[in-house]
Design a protein around this ligand. Sequence first.
Ligand SMILES: [Mg+2]
Length: 243
Amino acid sequence: MLEIIAFDADDTLWHSETYYAEAQARFVEILSPYGETSEQALAVLHRVEIENLPYFGYGFKGFTLSMVQAALSITAGAVRGEHIQELIDLGKTMSGHAVLLLDGVHETVAQLARHHPLMLITKGDLLDQERKISDSGLGDYFQYIEIVSDKTPASYQRLFQRHDINPARFLMIGNSLRSDIAPVLSLGGYAVHVPYHLTWAHEALTDLPAADGRFFQLESITDLPRLIGKIEKEGASGNEERK
Ligand SMILES: [Mg+2]
């Protein structure tokens, strides 16, 4: 009964937020000589990141520019050129990091691809996402790969129209309640939340739309084939993982 199984990429298939956390720790170190506490420095960085989303979008390039802007703001313009250079280099390192798959991802994706058309839906820098998809070795399992600038109900709606997808036969797996789960539930699709151990504050969400038995949480992506089998067998009737 499911026509498309769709996956988020960052922190669902491969590690990503860990690299941001490492960069933030280094950002705090670089700024420490200027007298700001790490909490204050991170609070400024987070505020600047959110303010910059409409300008730069998601991904490491926007994050790098936000580190530079936050450094200028924190030091009232006094940050030294060499420290700006370090922040830019830090951003460049993020673009070259290894793509490390989460446990069980390769086997699970390969298994599901045998019986279902798979779609990858990811947001962020086009170049960076293309590199990660290629380096992941998973590209061939996906019939459709969609790199979008944001994951809102409107952007999912556009994908549904373009690929002629009935949302009631669409299932999305992802780590972000805000980007992967809430919009899909609001459009009538199935959504499976597989939390990652780190969550960017921007992606956290407390209120989910009414799910009517279409929302599930799993600890590991390896439980997905069993869950999908169950959904397809039982349709919209109850089961123990349903929230
Ligand atoms: Mg993600």
